[in-house]
Write a protein that binds this ligand. Sequence first.
Ligand SMILES: [Zn+2]
Length: 428
Amino acid sequence: MTRFKIVPLLLACVFCTQACRQSTFDRYFEDKSLRIDYMSMGDAQSQTAVVHELREEPVWGGPKKNLIEPFGYGEYLLEVYDHESSELIYSRSFCSLFGEWRTTAEAKTETQAWYNSISIPYPKNTILVDLKSRNKADMQFYSIMQHVIDPSSMFIDKAPLADNKVVAIQDNGDPAEKVDLVFIAEGYTQDELDKFFADAERFTEALFNCPPFDTCRDQWNVWAVGTVSIDSGTSSSGVGIYKNTALKTGYYTFGLDRYLTTKDMKSIKDATWNVPCDAVFLLINAETYGGGGIYNSYACGTADNERTLNVFTHEFGHSFAGLGDEYFESTVAYESYYNLEKELWEPNITTLVDFDSKWKDLLPEGTPIPTPLNDETKDGIGVFEGGGYLSEGIYRPMDHCMMRDYAPFCPACSRAILKMVDFLSDKQ
Ligand SMILES: [Zn+2]
């Protein structure tokens, strides 16, 4: 008897929790976005940030129930508090290219200021925005910027921006309940836009043919924004090629020929001002191998290299699900990127300091930790030494994975991707 009473009670609690979280959105937010543009300044040792500009934008494409992020990923954490009650009402973690730059040799000898931007649902009342950065020494977040924002301020810009052509590659419904992936055209001239929209469709099909994305296609919307570039292609400063393109991408980020990125977050945000957006991929009209992916910021890659679709999926793994690189053989520009004394935040690599928080529950019983790599273990999940750019001290879940060498995603990566899909489509 008791059993039959408990089940409806539990169901009632689940529905209540869902409804309560939706009502939190309605109590504190309007169905549009507040874009917070800020400058990050600093060097390898320290950093700070200041607000640059605020904008009201017409669309909020993020979740409305999942307002507080549970993952604990990233190098930065944005927290939004209701100013009157001090209640935490929104949070998201992310990374930035500036954060990566701080780990390069250049940051040991000079200070720089970089532009960045993050959007939150538009608040109804005054909020306190607290931007925190992760301290590598203890892996905790510490505040680098606190800013009070009155949403009725006349200084919040409301001007419409460029009305680019936007095509719905796949529209499955309410953006709050879907992951909204936005392809932005980079290095396509006006005459090349038809090629861009065809490329975006090709990339969309490739993504949803790739496990685990093939299992959740109905949880996604896909949009393509036809930003127009003056020049075709992208810059390659290491060989003296400089192009005038919409998003100012280029190879040779931090001096690495294949590391293709942009510092121009303003143009990325301008391109998505009127489009629901949970994840961005900059589709670059070029053939040479290259790309980059920055967690909850953007990923990019070229349209026409023979390994293009693998690069897309790998870089999207970084930007969408916070996955770390599982390779350890290639040159990178970073110095002391990971603190081996602490656990890493990426869900697919570990220092074994707190392996319980990683993929330990996915291991078959009796799996040795770490797992020796041999004929018996090489095709299964384990804890294999080598990953995160280091051959020792960091461990990966399988010998091969999309995050190492373009093999299919390993089980730890797949689980992290599906968790993020559920979070962003309000399913959790
Ligand atoms: Zn993996």
